[in-house]
Design a protein around this ligand. Structure first.
Ligand code: SF4
Length: 250
């Protein structure tokens, strides 16, 4: 799928957050080329006048680092989530480096940060990440099965690449967590085995908007995963297989 890219001047970048544990969010982009079919952030289309399908456009907030530098001077210190309605390390970040520059500003001002991404590109910024006093880096891994990843997260990095990213970050002394959400069709024990050594904590979340993806489950013969009781049973298996770890259900 071709991506429509637009460079824009944002009006604000350090936005107040209602996410538990995060005072602010920084989103360097509008839209996300990872194009996950369950993405909760599609509501951004309404606010930004995009009629194109989610995943087919990205607006680049070219002035985000400079704006952040201005905004942060007046802001009370608080935890910053990167990011909430886009992936800070989606492919365009290779070229634009906007998330990296925002991270540098947050680091200079000693703001605590929580990065959540699906992308190995985050490892590029290890030199900045290591300078933070308080930073957590989460990798979203929703299944152990790359066939499921292709169905639900068609343009996001493979499951293997994400596990490897988690491993590298932890090996470099970064505090990591794995976000297993939304729980997609998986072998819970296999997923637990592949991530448990590489994460300090685990967050687990079910599918929040099953109606968005119900047809897809049926088309691929995995409709049992639409049954809440079945998913709850799988989450219980996941929790047992991750026993001893710091697990939060959200
Ligand atoms: S990576 Fe996150 S923001 Fe991007 S499409 Fe997937 S769920 Fe949405």
């Amino acid at each position: 799928m071709g991506i429509m890219i637009r460079e824009i001047q944002a009006k604000s970048v350090l936005t107040r957050s209602r996410i538990p544990g995060a005072a602010y969010c920084v989103n360097a982009y509008v839209g996300c080329a990872h194009a996950c079919v369950y993405c909760y952030a599609t509501f951004m289309k309404r606010f930004t006048g995009h009629a194109e399908p989610w995943g087919s456009f990205v607006d680049v907030k070219k002035n985000a680092p400079e704006l952040l530098r201005r905004n942060i001077r007046r802001a009370a210190k608080g935890r910053v989530m990167m990011s909430s309605v886009t992936d800070a390390y989606q492919p365009l970040e290779v070229k634009y480096r906007i998330s990296r520059q925002c991270l540098e500003v947050l680091c200079e001002h000693r703001f605590p940060v929580d990065i959540l991404t699906k992308s190995p590109l985050v490892v590029r910024d290890l030199d900045v990440i290591r300078q933070f006093e308080h930073i957590d880096v989460g990798i979203t891994i929703t299944t152990d099965d790359d066939r499921m990843r292709k169905i639900f997260e068609p343009h996001a990095p493979t499951v293997g690449a994400r596990i490897e990213t988690l491993r590298k970050l932890r090996e470099q002394g970064v505090r990591t967590y794995v976000f297993i959400g939304p729980v997609l069709p998986m072998d819970p024990e296999r997923l637990a085995e592949s991530v448990r050594r590489h994460a300090d904590a685990v967050l687990i979340s079910g599918m929040n908007y099953p109606s968005k993806t119900a047809a897809l489950y049926r088309r691929h013969g995995i409709a049992e995963w639409l049954d809440r009781a079945y998913v709850d049973e799988m989450i219980e298996r996941l929790k047992s297989a991750l026993d001893g770890m710091n697990i939060t259900l959200c």
